[in-house]
Design a protein around this ligand. Structure first.
Ligand SMILES: [Zn+2]
Length: 287
């Protein structure tokens, strides 16, 4: 159900109208984007908004984003039914949601930054919600919630998972990805305003603490680990004098894309112990 983000009672919706009969709260609508928290729409608390523009430019060419999309597509094919009602939270520019939509999934995009949702609309996504993950206007509403490289931005990652838990129907699934290994912490993490990188032990414990049963945890981006490790030392002094731009040599980009594609093929039935990222598939235990 959709709930009022102020008094938490159920809201009856009519088309694009989201109005609380109890307290009078009304969500704003802007070209099919439903805006629940207009005061936070340009909030830069946990994510640099200029990052979205930079992201938009490179998401369809940078190997890391392309490979991650393929990895996510595979996770969805293995675990998520196409009949599910799905939302991606922290959807950024909607690039991943759009890929899933094109594969036949019914997916809504949720994001705090309106700018990101505008880009998502440009991709062709039509169910767009601007809201704060820590005060979501949905309760037991979705079969699947996904968040790709999102919770590492929050001081209270367990709190965010608990909110996701509340948005899910019983037995609903959550799929997330996060950056892995504290020893890979580098200037990119600082620029992206990450609060941490994860190990399996921590990720399992915060999911369990948030009311989930873990179905699968897995490392990926394993073959590029040496590169990620070296990057720590190369980029160490760059944080101060670099704007949020992600650049990569096109030849190296192509090589890394195929190296990672090979990794996904070779490790399909394995569980690598290392990797630049971790994916988690978990199920909501009855609330
Ligand atoms: Zn209300």
């Amino acid at each position: 159900m959709v709930v009022c983000p102020r008094c938490y009672i159920q809201i009856q919706t009519a088309g694009d109208i989201y109005r609380c009969g109890e307290c009078g709260y009304t969500a704003k609508t802007m070209n099919s984007i439903i805006i629940f928290e207009p005061d936070m729409a340009h909030d830069n608390r946990d994510y640099p908004q200029d990052g979205l523009h930079s992201l938009y430019k490179i998401e369809n060419s940078h190997f890391w984003f392309l490979n991650r999309k393929e990895y996510i597509a595979d996770l969805f094919d293995r675990y998520i039914s196409k009949n599910n009602k799905i939302i991606e939270v922290g959807a950024g520019t909607g690039n991943v949601s759009n890929m899933l939509r094109s594969r036949g999934y019914s997916i809504a995009a949720g994001e705090l930054h309106i700018e990101g949702l505008r880009m998502a609309r440009g991709h062709g996504l039509c169910e767009l919600y601007q809201f704060d993950i820590f005060n979501p206007p949905f309760r037991e509403h979705f079969d699947t919630v996904c968040a790709f490289d999102v919770i590492e931005h929050f001081d209270n990652d367990t709190g965010a998972l608990k909110k996701i838990h509340g948005m899910l129907k019983n037995d609903g699934q959550v799929i997330i990805t996060v950056p892995a290994h504290r020893w890979l912490w580098n200037s990119e993490d600082v620029l992206a305003r990450h609060k941490r990188r994860y190990d399996l032990k921590r990720i399992r414990s915060i999911f369990t603490a948030s009311g989930f049963e873990i179905i699968e945890t897995r490392h990926f981006f394993t073959f590029i680990i040496p590169l990620l490790f070296i990057r720590r030392f190369i980029n160490r002094d760059m944080v101060e004098d670099r704007q949020h731009e992600i650049k990569i040599n096109p030849v190296i980009n192509g090589i890394l894309y195929y190296i990672t594609k090979l990794e996904f093929f070779l490790t399909r039935r394995l569980k690598p112990r290392l990797g630049g990222s971790i994916s988690v598939v978990a199920m909501k235990v009855k609330s």
